[in-house]
Design a protein around this ligand. Structure first.
Ligand code: Q9C
Ligand code: ZN
Length: 343
């Protein structure tokens, strides 16, 4: 399989996030991508580099004010008195507030949904390259490759059109999906990261060309808390084109695979001609911030069944924070995927 990766992710290395009011070491670390790249090479992937796609495919998905904020935020933050190393909101608009402030402190609150998407000096550059990675892999699939793997870091599925959050800045899978609608009028995005893909859902919520299906830990007591419920089914022309399959904490391989089949039925009913997968490995049983119990073998079976759908498929890397497990889990996924294509 073709795999697109780049060392530009190393520019993005914020050391801390704020969790429950206090700083903790960031989970979304550079070693993640290094482990995944090693495994992709060992699995025999045909490794490629991203090509620059410019801002047009990013502008097609994200809000112009948000993009201007992301690009300039770190520099503007450094101009504050006694600046901290990372842009982090401390006041955010709540349910009874609106308005877009002009200053950097207020804009950080306006454009950042959580305290877990710190902006460091190199964040914008890495996020741009991650989007190019997804777009380059998408081009391969558009050009006739049956599948490709985009090794994106930072991840993307919690980023809305105008909001960063949950380790994400640019929504790589949404940017690639919109790009692929030029080739396929009906697409599906299948999100198997343990966290609900709230940003992706938000971007496509009122569209009928992209069916979104997400399997995730029940947000009743799990990040992202405010989206991912079964009654969120799409709106306007997109009514019916959003399927959330929240799973109880501790869900193991067999019930996860049952939910996956429910998702497949919706993808088929939508008439999708191509598939994008938001591929997180944080549903792994040993993930430090996960809540499900998927095994290494389970990822192989998930992949085998996805591949057996027979659709042109773009795999886009999202989360997964057990660095020792990432290599084995990607290896299992890739070999399961190959087996599913042969079946
Ligand atoms: N105590 C992705 O997997 N919550 N993002 C962290 C840690 C945020 C995960 C709290 C989790 C975001 C792409
Ligand atoms: Zn996740």
């Amino acid at each position: 399989m073709l795999a697109i990766a780049d060392d530009a992710h190393l520019q993005h290395q914020p050391a801390e996030i704020i969790s429950r009011g206090g700083p903790i070491p960031h989970w979304e670390v550079a070693r993640r991508a290094l482990e995944l790249e090693k495994a992709a090479i060992a699995a025999g992937c045909d490794m490629g580099k991203p090509t620059a796609h410019g801002m047009a495919p990013i502008n097609a998905v994200h809000d112009p004010g948000y993009l201007a904020f992301l690009e300039s935020a770190w520099t503007r933050w450094q101009a504050l008195p006694n600046p901290t190393p990372y842009v982090q909101p401390y006041a955010q608009p709540n349910r009874r507030m609106s308005g877009l402030p002009t200053g950097i402190q207020g804009q950080a609150g306006y454009y950042m949904a959580t305290n877990s998407a710190p902006i460091a000096e190199g964040t914008w550059g890495s996020a741009r390259v991650a989007a190019d990675i997804a777009l380059t892999a998408a081009d391969a699939v558009i050009g006739g490759a049956n599948e490709a793997y985009a090794l994106c870091r930072p991840p993307g599925h919690h980023a809305f059109a105008d909001l960063a959050g949950g380790f994400c800045y640019l929504n790589n899978v949404a940017i690639a999906a919109h790009h692929m609608t030029t080739r396929w009028p009906k697409l599906a995005v299948l999100d198997v990261d343990v966290h609900h893909g709230n940003g992706t859902q938000g971007i496509f919520y009122e569209r009928d060309d992209v069916q979104f299906v997400s399997l995730h830990g029940d947000p009743a007591d799990y990040f992202p808390f405010f989206a991912g419920y079964a009654n969120e089914t799409g709106a306007g022309v997109g009514a019916g084109c959003n399927l959330n399959l929240p799973l109880p904490q501790g869900t193991s391989d067999a019930p996860f695979l049952d939910a996956l089949e429910t998702g497949f039925a919706r993808i088929k009913a939508h008439g999708a001609d191509a598939l994008l997968v938001s591929l997180g490995f944080d549903a792994f049983e040993r993930d430090p911030i996960g809540c499900l119990k998927i095994t290494t073998g389970g990822f192989g079976e998930i992949a085998r069944r996805i591949a057996a759908l027979g659709l042109p498929t773009l795999l886009v890397q999202e989360g997964g924070y057990d660095c020792d497990g990432l290599g084995p889990n990607l290896t299992s996924f890739l070999s399961g995927f190959a087996a599913g294509r042969d079946s």
